[in-house]
Design a protein around this ligand. Structure first.
Ligand code: HEM
Length: 127
């Protein structure tokens, strides 16, 4: 029986599972592996903090994801298509592992942030 996202360990499982799928995804994997050449040992802990701050009131994340993704959009294709892929994968990952209030918060926050990011990417002319 699935439970909600309640602990740091749950967040780690969510993030690890999500990025395992991202790595293998045709379009997204290419962006992370070949364009951004992600250092996973640095990226994953950052994402534990990001989601821990949103879901567990951890307040451990400090960073500016908007600026990072606007910069990324200058060197690769980052459109509705890629964001829809990202969001579908994230939603599927949450649903495959968890159920409950925090699981719903994770999905709705992801959708809101994705929408805002895409809006900024499409509208910010100069960084
Ligand atoms: C098509 C969609 C997306 C792609 C391809 C993507 C890709 C990336 C890449 C390559 C990085 C590393 C950037 C760097 O270290 O320079 C990154 C960082 C990050 N992404 Fe995304 N991302 C996407 C959507 C999202 C969404 C919707 C969220 C939030 C819900 C998100 C949250 C973050 C955060 C928090 C970081 C860390 C930023 C920091 O360094 O503090 N991303 N993303």
């Amino acid at each position: 029986m699935k439970k909600d996202i309640e602990t740091k360990e749950d967040v780690v499982i969510l993030v690890n599972t999500f990025y395992e799928s991202v790595k293998q995804h045709q379009r997204l994997g290419y962006i992370f592996n070949d364009i951004a050449k992600i250092n996973w040992e640095l990226h994953l802990p950052k994402m534990y903090s990001f989601w821990g701050s949103i879901l567990l009131d951890e307040q451990s994340y400090s960073g500016n994801p908007m600026v990072k993704h606007i910069a990324l959009s200058k060197i690769t294709t980052l459109t509705e298509v890629e964001f829809a892929d990202w969001l579908l994968l994230f939603t599927e990952t949450v649903d495959s592992l968890f159920v409950g209030e925090n699981a719903d918060v994770a999905k709705s926050r992801a959708a809101n942030i994705a929408r805002l990011m895409l809006h900024k990417i499409q509208n910010v002319q100069v960084l």
